[in-house]
Design a protein around this ligand. Sequence first.
Ligand code: SF4
Ligand code: SF4
Ligand code: F3S
Length: 263
Amino acid sequence: KAAAIRPPVVWLHFSECTGCSEAFLRTPDVGGIILETISVEYHETLMAAAGEQAEKSLHDAVEKYKGKFLCIVEGAVGTSYNGSYGKVSGKTFLEIAREVIPKAAATICVGSCSAYGGIAAAAPNPGGYKGVKDAIGIDTINLPGCPFNPLNLLGTILKYLDNEKIELDDYGRPLFAYGETVHDNCPRLEHYENDEFVEEFGSKEAELGYCLYKMGCKGPETYNNCPTAKFNDATSFPIQAGHPCIGCSEPGFWDEMTPFYEE
Ligand code: SF4
Ligand code: SF4
Ligand code: F3S
């Protein structure tokens, strides 16, 4: 069914590191998704076109599929100084967001940058960076994470194609992916409950896979499905690899969740 519909997708890049596009490219069978499930009309990292030709692709797609395309946004929007902290083809991110996003059927923010401002919005935030909703006042489906998990984008698109209602939490995150904390499904939960903690990286306790709470783990306050969805074709996720969760899917995590490590 999804293959027959192939919704047109316009993927905008604002202030970001492209890590979320990189994560997307590691989705199993990403070629099949791009060629058979969705129709990517514009994506600055993936498209062959450049310069004026790329700019023409964007405007042609937005006009041709007005009210029908899915807009996927990666990156935060600068709002200070009329948005002059970031431009593409002479237009500020703010101008592009205001011009393109209201014409989409729906907007999905991938990564914490487009959802809530991400690292660009970290204090002191001289560029006045914000997530898309706060920058232009349009409701978005937010798939935060730094990077986000591409499986959650697939789940969202498939539900959208099936006309399924996507229940969101107060921060615009779909409950099917962000309804539980990392801690709720953590493979180290039993150690937490047994008071078995790592207190030093490289220690015997670290080798035994004990709980990382005392190393600064933010899993108990962080809503995301990393322990079950995992990354890189379900290979691993930070805590499985021995690193505490830094709360990367929570709004303002660069300010609110730091210091990431306990001394
Ligand atoms: Fe990069 Fe993180 Fe922003 Fe994704 S959310 S674009 S990984 S900084
Ligand atoms: Fe919870 Fe973090 Fe410990 Fe896992 S490692 S059980 S998420 S505190
Ligand atoms: Fe981010 Fe924590 Fe998952 S750091 S990737 S939400 S384990």
